[in-house]
Ligand binder design. Structure first.
Ligand code: NAD
Length: 499
């Protein structure tokens, strides 16, 4: 059986804790690898080694760091097929989806090639007589990144790219579910010229995470995962005096106005609701048609589209629409929530509770489900299901639809489908949600903008990628300099405005 170790100082290193986890192939349900689970002592060691490597990397000029990013981009494109195959085998998503996962991560590394521009700081000439003032952005030192399972390439690259470009060393803790691709990414960075030790990968669970949160060397923590864990990590990291940005769960609503192009809206909902088996933080899990007639038309358009979806393993070809969910526990949890929806009175319009795939009976497949007449008090509405389940909540008016999205505890993404510019503009301006789509179902901002939700979808105040990431991974230092030729007689004893 394959072994998945840690990656420390440029080498795959076996764990010493004696603890192992199972990594499955979700399509077959078989254990395909043993994962080495780090003890606190192993984490401390990896962090200390990162701290030894970081000063030289931080002192490397930003142009040279950017060249490492450029070379990494070339290498990732070279290995795209190999990486996608490994990613799909551990996560379960289709190969085109796995390539999208890699591509959206790659775009952030491409953005980081702008490091010399992003880090050049600010300068005020003659802030006072003979006085210049300048601000520079310096790396934090060693930072930690703790990852979810659903984007095993994109999420690490969103953090590691900017962190490294800013001159930090990173200790990454991948998800226990799909940890191989992050190690391969670290290897590619070293092949691209990154000094060994600047990108460490420690595998493990809560023990490894807590060791990172309590390590005095770690200066910044980036986390992505479920909301309760995001909140926990944010509190503990902050209590330990670290900078933290923690991104949590979602329940993204898509409002469909009566004037929307109903075919476009239905296509969008199917892609955004069932793509990657609903395991995306920007998945649309709630459709909100406005008016009974809109709802009926929408459901009529959705049902045949959903029934046509091809659910199969990633090995079955590029026309597979969705693969399995990530674990047996995830499958059972999703089926339990579907049952709760039925018990609480929602109408299960597309019912695939008996779904079985011949030859893959032990795989973690869940067929697509569609609920109608869901109400806000139901568990399927309140909970992030993170599976191929779309709930329809019928709203009587635009204000009611807007209120639903606004009152939900999560605020990651949302969308509105309408032909009316006035309504779209009002929605974008008033809704209390971080990322908004107008006739776009999954409004994931590109690398040069920033990504982040509001409300319980985030803890911390700087977003992922874009300009925010360069702020998160650096500290500002401001220098006020006066040279002798600018000095008047005597010293300065007062705190006064410069003249
Ligand atoms: P998760 O919270 O179960 O795990 C995330 C990480 O936290 C893993 O590395 C895990 O080892 C660690 N962890 C789990 N329990 C812990 C504990 N008690 N103490 C310390 N560490 C712990 O999340 P997941 O199931 O891997 O990912 C899915 C979630 O991630 C969904 O809620 C999804 O919405 C969210 N997500 C959010 C974004 C975003 O940007 N907002 C992006 C992707 C995924």
């Amino acid at each position: 059986m394959r072994d998945i170790p840690h990656y420390v100082n440029g080498e795959r290193v076996s764990g010493t804790s004696g603890r192992f986890g199972d990594v499955y192939n979700p399509a077959t349900g078989e254990v395909q690898a043993k994962l080495h689970m780090a003890s606190a002592a192993e984490v401390t060691d990896a962090v200390a080694k990162a701290a030894e490597a970081q000063p030289a990397w931080g002192a490397t000029n930003p142009q040279k760091r950017a060249r490492v990013m450029m070379e990494f981009v070339r290498l990732l494109n070279r290995d795209m097929d190999k990486l996608a195959e490994v990613l799909s085998s551990e996560h379960g998503k289709t190969i085109p989806d796995a390539k999208g996962d890699l591509q959206r991560g790659l775009e952030v590394v491409e953005y980081c090639i702008a490091a010399p521009q992003m880090l050049k700081g600010e300068f005020t000439d003659s802030a006072g007589p003979g006085i210049d003032m300048y601000s520079m952005r310096q790396p934090l030192g060693v930072v930690a990144s703790i990852m979810p399972f659903n984007f095993p390439a994109m999420m690490p690259l969103w953090h590691v790219g900017p962190a490294l470009a800013c001159g930090n060393a990173v200790v990454l803790k991948p998800s226990e579910r799909d940890p191989t691709v992050p190690i391969m990414l670290a290897e590619l960075f070293v092949e691209a010229g990154l000094p060994a030790g600047c990108f460490q990968v420690v595998n493990g669970d809560k023990e490894a995470v807590d060791a990172l949160l309590d390590d005095e060397i770690i200066q910044g923590v980036s986390f992505v995962g479920s909301t309760p864990i995001a909140q926990y990590i944010y509190s503990r990291a902050c209590a330990n005096g670290k900078r933290a940005q923690c991104f949590g769960g979602a329940k993204n609503h898509m409002i469909v106005m009566p004037d929307a192009d109903m075919d476009q809206a239905a296509d969008a909902l199917v892609g955004a609701g069932y793509g990657a088996a609903g395991e995306r933080c920007m998945a649309v899990s709630v459709a909100v048609p406005v008016g009974e007639e809109t709802a009926d038309r929408l459901i009529d358009k959705l049902v045949p589209r959903i029934e046509k979806l091809r659910v199969a393993p990633y090995t079955a070809g590029d026309d597979v629409d969705m693969g399995p969910v990530v674990t047996r526990e995830a499958k059972e949890r999703i089926l339990g929530l579907i049952q709760s929806g039925v018990d609480q009175g929602a109408e299960l319009v597309v019912d695939n509770r008996d779904f079985k795939l011949q030859g893959y009976e032990d795989g973690f497949f869940v067929g697509p489900h569609l609920f109608d007449k869901v109400t806000p008090d139901m568990d399927i509405y309140k909970t992030e299901i993170f599976g191929p389940v779309l709930s329809t909540v019928r709203a009587g008016s635009y204000e009611e639809a807007l209120g639903l999205a606004m009152d939900h505890e999560y605020g990651n993404g949302t969308a509105i489908f309408t032909r009316d510019g006035d309504t779209a503009r009002d929605f974008a301006s008033r809704v209390n949600i971080g990322m908004v789509g107008i006739n776009v179902p999954i409004p994931v901002p590109l690398a040069y903008h920033t990504f982040g939700g509001w409300k319980k979808s985030v803890f911390g105040d700087l977003n992922q990628h874009g300009p925010d990431s360069f702020k998160f991974y650096t500290r500002t230092k401001t220098v006020t300099a006066r040279w002798p030729s600018g000095l008047k007689e005597g010293g300065e004893f007062h705190f006064k405005q410069m003249d």
